[in-house]
Design a protein around this ligand. Structure first.
Ligand code: GUN
Length: 292
């Protein structure tokens, strides 16, 4: 039997995010010509270094497309009532279209209570139970940024999802669960796996589309992957040398996959682009514009 050499399609999130940002800049310019400037408020509590980087990136992204960003950096020991008071004020502020509270919060703050306080129509992360419910019944106003970014990447590559076996590894509220819902709405047959799943390798190797959000560097090796599968790597991990790597062993898995995301440059830039998209959508809704 001859050796089959497969070539894979690289799902380039950096490129797609750049194309999306270009289109969004034009949309924001048009709004500006009518005197409308989308505004995003980002709240960060404490000094988590990873959160600091994420928040800085959000500010740069906003500047790039012309969204006005407002940053609220609160000290670690901020009382819950003070944080809730700030959210109340931002809910009332007509120059703010989107409100994002960077997670995780310090332990004395109740994350669920804080997120519930954000007005659902300004909840550009789509973490409020109202928006979670709308997603569940298949009519999301805002979709959570990472799963929505994955869907955009898949659509842009013309990958057909209907009827395919999709395995999502990870069951977080931010990625795994909404990811499964979006795939289900596109008619995939969806399995959610997690840390208690028996024989994860066997489950993954049945996937036509494998989406990993585990958070363990190079966990998904080639023996987890079916020949010709689409592999989406949501992981952002640091290896022993401090280099950013995904959950997927890219050099080996790319030999079997038909399409695969790199890390960095895959899902990460798409998450960032989707936040901008949700903010512009919120702005259009607040100004009663028809949605694109
Ligand atoms: N922390 C890690 N990811 C996210 C995200 O998408 N949104 C918020 N608010 N916090 C996060």
């Amino acid at each position: 039997m001859g050796c089959v050499i497969m070539s894979y399609k690289l799902l380039d999130g950096k490129d797609l995010a750049a194309r999306m940002k270009k289109a969004m800049s034009k949309e924001v310019e048009k709004l500006a010509s009518e005197g409308i400037v989308p505004g995003l408020a980002v709240i960060i509590v404490g000094n988590d270094p990873a959160s600091r980087i994420y928040v800085n990136n959000k500010r740069k992204d906003c500047e790039e497309v012309g969204i006005k960003s407002f940053e609220y950096a609160l000290p670690e020991e901020t009382p819950e009532e003070e944080l809730l008071g700030l959210i109340d004020a931002l809910n009332q502020d007509s120059s703010i279209d989107g409100i994002l509270v960077q997670l995780p919060l310090p332990r004395h703050l109740d994350e669920v209570k804080v997120i519930r306080r954000i007005s659902p129509e300004k909840d550009v992360d789509a973490f409020h139970p109202f928006n979670v419910g709308e997603l569940m019944i298949g009519r999301p106003v805002f979709a959570p940024c990472t799963p929505a970014g994955v869907m955009e990447l898949i659509k842009d590559a013309n990958i057909d999802v209907a009827g395919k076996n999709c395995v999502v590894v990870g069951r977080s509220n931010i990625v795994g669960k909404p990811m499964a819902m979006l795939m289900l709405h596109e008619n995939a047959t969806v399995t959610i796996c997690h840390s208690k799943t028996r024989d994860l390798k066997a489950m993954c190797s049945k996937a036509d589309i494998l989406i990993s959000a585990i958070g363990k560097a190079n966990y998904i090796t080639a023996d987890y992957v079916k020949e010709g599968a689409v592999v989406i790597d949501v992981g952002i991990n640091r290896n022993a040398e401090g280099k950013v790597t995904g959950d997927v062993d890219f050099p080996e898995v790319s030999k079997k996959a038909s399409a695969i995301t790199p890390v960095p440059g895959g899902v990460g830039p798409m998450t960032r682009a989707m936040l901008l998209k949700n903010t512009i959508k919120a702005c259009n809704m607040h100004n009663k514009k028809s949605l694109s």
